[in-house]
Each structure stands twice: as C-alpha cells, then as structure tokens.
Design a protein around this ligand. Structure first.
Ligand code: UD1
Ligand code: UDP
Length: 391
C-alpha cells in the first residue's frame, strides 16, 4: 500500500521547514508526496521552493496586497477543499502557526482526513502574542491526529492540554535539517554588491562589527515598527564601525515604517529578502542578531550568535533558558541599550555567544517519516529526539 501524503504550506518559514520533509517523502519507500502551496506568500515562498527544487503540484496563488486574516483563511479553506476532494490523500501535513496552517487543518478535518502537525505544541501562553499565531497553533492542535513536537518542552505543553502521549512524537525541528543542509555550502555569493564587499572585508578582518536584522510580526506593525527603525538608526549613528544588514520583509507596512528612519545612512544595508542560503551566510557573518522572527530564533543559536528578540514573550523558551536569546521588546531606547551592551562589553557578549542546539539535530525529517509509518502503516514508534543521543 502506498501512503499518499499531502503537504500544504503557504509562507516562507513553512517552506523552509517542510522542504526536508517533502524531500524525505519523495524518496521514502511506500510513500507518495503531493505538495500544495496556498501562495499566502509569493516571492518569499518561491525563493525557497526554487532553492530546494520543489515544484508544487498545486498552487492556489491567494496572496493579495493588504490581505486580511479572514481573507487568507477563507481563500485557503475554499481552495484546499477542491484539492482534497480530487486527491483524497491518506493524511495532510501542515507546519507551524500561520493562517495557511489553520485553514488547511480545518479543511482537512472537515473532510475527515487526518492532520499531521509539524512544530506542534509551542506556546507563548498569551493568546494575543504572537497574534494570531498562538491561536492558530492551539486551534490546529484540537483537530490534529499526529502531533510532531520539536522539543520536550513543546510535548509537555501538549500533554498539559490533555493530548494523548500516544499521538505525540518529539522529532526536533526540521529547520535545523534545512540549516545544516544550507551551511554545508557557505561558498554562496551575494547578489547585492555592498553585501559581497562586506563579506570580503570580513574575510580580510576589516569589516568592523555586523548586525543582522529582521522584523515583520503583525503585533509589531505600526508604532513598534517605527521605534525599531529609529533604534536601528540611533545605533548606526552611534557606532560608525557597525554595519546593519537588514533584508526587509515584503510587507509594505514593514517597509513604510522602517524606511524613513534609516534611509540615507551609509552603514545600514536595507536589502530585499535574501534567498535562504544567502541568509544563512549573512547569519554566519553577523556578530549580533536583532529580530522578531520565530525561525531566526531557532537558527542563530545553533551558529553561536547572540539573539536579541524584539518581543515581550516567546513560544520558543529553550534558547532563552540556554542564555543565547534575550527578549528585549520594541522600545527605541531599550533596543539601543541592549545592542550597545553587547557591542561594548566583551563579558556580556561572550555570555550570550554560545552555540546551542536545543531545537534539533538535523534528523527531524527522518523521524517524521518514521512517525508517519508508525501512525498510519503499522511501523515501529520512533525514538524521541533527545532520547536517542549517543554521547
Ligand atoms: C505571515 C504569517 C506569520 C509568519 C510570516 C512569515 C499569518 C497570519 N502570518 O505573516 O505567522 O511569521 O508570514 O514571514 O499567517 N508579501 C509580498 N510578497 C511575499 C510575502 C508577503 O508582497 O512574498 C506582502 C503582501 O502584501 C502581503 C503582506 O506582505 O499582503 C503580508 O503577508 P501575510 O502573509 O499576510 O503576513 P506576514 O506578515 O507575512
Ligand atoms: N529568512 C530568509 N531570508 C531572509 C530573512 C529570513 O531566508 O531575508 C529565513 C530565516 O532563515 C528563517 C525564516 O526565513 O528560516 C524566518 O521567516 P520569517 O522571519 O519570515 O517568519 P517566522 O519564522 O517569524 O514565522
């Protein structure tokens, strides 16, 4: 019997995290992959599919400028429904907490197709932050058949919510599979000439310090995003030897908030989103990372980079506990103070610059395949990530 597994995704971070899973399904004995993109994102999604040579079987192409949450969810449910009817897969995989995830999970549940949820069980404990992601993830949990938790902490969250341990496997986060794949080849070059020159200067030991920035969270749009831009401008002025590399999200609301403060500053490189391999190279060049991204919070610690997170809370506490990630909020002065501390104090810097890997070991895709076989084809239960380490 062939298991027909449909993977549905729509945004950049989902694409990055499902890529190794889709590749593993494609080559797994007794499995067939059906890749479906909603197109909640466009350029940023396509960049990832191109890098991994994934050609989706279906593309709903739903993105519109200024799309509202309800527009996304409505288009996802309606569009996915017809594909589910036509393909009747044995199970559907969704990853994470976006509107695509919640909509696709609801559509699959309503057609009585089992949902497999990757990156299950992350919780900030605050339904309004991240918004609407905390709610999306919890809603998806309610209708999931197989929960693939990245860490023991996320499994504990699920068990506390009365999810049966018999429906949970700890796989590690597949973002580390993707990261390891990409960093095996850091010989990539940058399309942006200024960034390529910075990389050469880094090799020559003349680059000064480098801070990598990303920002896009819905709850940071508006005044918080303006303050983020101003804090970055203050830092660029205070530290002339600092280069800020800021691949800016495609969301126009991010761009209009950030641009006025930083435009004209020579040492702020405001650039288009980087292809994944280039972004990981930029991460490897950076001394400090300033972000509100979920994925970057998971990747940077494994490269030993101190991460300042522009949020009040996080559903990813593991690297905070390990001391590599610090929550600093979004106030202009706090951003300036926290970055300055890292740039001015070797002790503070060394205290945070530790390579830690709480999120995975690069084998999440392998465990995911085993978990799917266990749940749907009578295979053996995989050993949880963390329980199978050979020291
Ligand atoms: C979405 C997710 C968020 C995730 C983020 C990753 C939801 C509710 N939010 O937020 O959880 O962290 O993706 O980046 O699902 N745009 C483009 N081209 C692109 C991508 C976006 O032009 O390739 C623009 C469009 O104008 C779009 C806007 O960005 O309307 C916002 O995109 P949307 O998916 O609604 O929200 P994100 O902030 O990207
Ligand atoms: N990323 C990328 N290019 C960029 C910026 C980020 O490939 O210019 C990657 C990054 O490595 C991480 C992911 O995008 O894996 C994070 O996406 P985002 O911050 O948009 O979403 P989140 O993780 O917060 O949901």
């Amino acid at each position: 019997m062939t298991l027909r597994i449909m993977t549905i995704y729509g945004t950049r971070p989902e694409a990055i995290k499902v890529a190794p899973i889709i590749k593993a399904i494609e080559t797994a004995d007794g499995m067939e992959s059906i890749a479906v993109v909603t197109g909640q994102h466009r350029e940023m999604l396509d960049q990832v599919n191109t890098m991994f040579s994934i050609v989706p079987d279906y593309d709903l192409n739903i993105m519109s400028a200024g799309q509202t949450l309800n527009e996304i969810v409505a288009r996802v449910i309606t569009g996915i429904d017809g594909i589910l009817e036509a393909e009747a897969p044995d199970a559907v995989i969704v990853q994470g907490d976006t509107s695509t995830v919640m909509g696709a999970a609801v559509a699959s549940f309503n057609r009585q197709i089992p949902v497999i949820h990757l990156e299950a069980g992350l919780r900030s404990g605050d339904i309004s932050s991240p918004f609407p992601e905390e709610a999306n993830r919890k809603l998806t949990t309610q209708i999931t058949a197989l929960h693939l938790a990245p860490t023991a902490t996320s499994k504990d969250n699920l068990v506390r919510e009365a999810v049966s341990e018999n429906d949970i496997v700890i796989t590690g986060n597949s973002v580390i599979d993707t990261l390891l794949f990409a960093t095996e080849n850091l010989e990539v070059t940058f399309d942006d000439e200024r960034l390529e020159a910075l990389s050469a200067a880094r090799d020559a030991g003349t680059a000064g310090r480098i801070m990598l920035v990303t920002a896009h969270r819905r709850e940071n749009l508006g005044e918080a995003m303006v303050q983020i831009g101003q804090g970055i401008a203050d830092l660029a002025t205070k530290y002339p030897d600092l280069t800020v590399v800021f691949p800016i999200h495609r969301n126009p609301k991010v761009r209009e908030a950030i641009r006025p403060a930083v435009e004209g500053l020579q040492n702020v490189l405001l650039i288009e989103p980087l292809a994944y391999a280039q972004f990981t190279k930029a991460l490897s060049l950076a001394d400090v990372v300033l972000t509100d991204s979920g994925g970057v919070q998971e990747e940077a610690p494994s490269l030993g980079k101190p991460v300042l997170v522009m949020r009040e809370n996080t559903e990813r506490p593991e690297a905070v506990v390990a001391g590599t990630v610090k929550l600093i909020g979004t106030h202009r002065q706090r951003i300036v103070d926290e970055v300055s501390l890292l740039l001015d104090s070797e002790e503070a810097y060394n205290g945070m610059a530790n390579a830690v890997n709480p999120y995975g070991d690069g084998r999440a895709a392998e465990r995911t395949i085993e978990a799917v076989r266990w749940k749907f084809a009578g295979g053996a239960r995989p050993v949880d990530f963390g329980d199978d380490r050979t020291v």
